[in-house]
Design a protein around this ligand. Sequence first.
Ligand code: G3H
Ligand code: 13P
Ligand code: ZN
Length: 315
Amino acid sequence: MIVTTKKLFEAAYGKYAIGAYNINNLEQAMGLFRGNLDSQAPFIIQISRGARSYTDKLMLEGLIRSANEVFPEAIFAVHLDHGDEETAMDCINSGFYSSVMIDASHAPFDENIAITKRVVDAAHAKGIVVEAELGQLGGVEEDISVDEADAKLTNPDEAKEFVERTGCDSLACAIGTSHGAFKFAGSQGLHFNVLADIQKNLPGFPLVMHGSSSVPQEEVKRINDAGGKLLGAKGVDADQFKRAAELGVTKINIDTDGRLVWTRVHREFFRDKPEQFDLRPPGKIFMAEYAKFIADKNVKLGSAGQLEEVRKLVG
Ligand code: G3H
Ligand code: 13P
Ligand code: ZN
């Protein structure tokens, strides 16, 4: 059942976070649905602009529609990840997405507000919810000054003004994470103090944490042992998710970790079976491993075991 993220956030606020997982293909879709049902968790499927253009945007929509039939017990939102205005409008008009992100965080404050507001107005007219972003995600380098680093983080006072002026439904905040497998280049960690200040200014308002893959060291080692070259890869400590949830984070974005599972499975498979050229055997291993990864992650997020409670709410 496809629902809006708003419903999921109402159930989760202050208690746990919903996993928002990016997918690009069939194997990820199968593993994702299985893992969430195995762990009895509601979830969010994220589709990036890159995912939409990997094959044809309709292919992914078709996959998700089919998965919804194959796994009728699943409860999830379909969300555009990091949309620009044009893509957000396309998704709003498609009738398929229940949630879109407009990411105008690169623009000056007032322009970010203007762009976000246009998307919010169009989305709300169709019952679709909007995530917006304020602050600069991205590596905080070792040689950057504390003032410079803070300037990239979301300003809690601006966050309040931004939400009031745009009417967005959730806010992605920069609190020290970055996308990809090489996070925390400097000595920086998660800035829980910033999150706490944002929550004080916006009590009860759903916050979103991007760049939240954990980049498990065991996974990185297995990839490197099988011929990979991911040197110095590191991520967010998944044991910090629950603290973030208590501070108002209801959605935690994870993409890189899934790519690492894919890379490990395929590197090890073809290293150990060099005579093989059938894509299905490693594909089957990947689907099972990805399902296990999702189920384990949902335990860290606190969303595992929440499916029936959410079903009562969305009923
Ligand atoms: O935030 C970025 C996501 O990991 C999506 O990545 O644009 O390569 O699909 P992508
Ligand atoms: P990761 O690169 O840490 O998986 O972050 C994904 C993300 O934020 C997608 O929007
Ligand atoms: Zn992101």
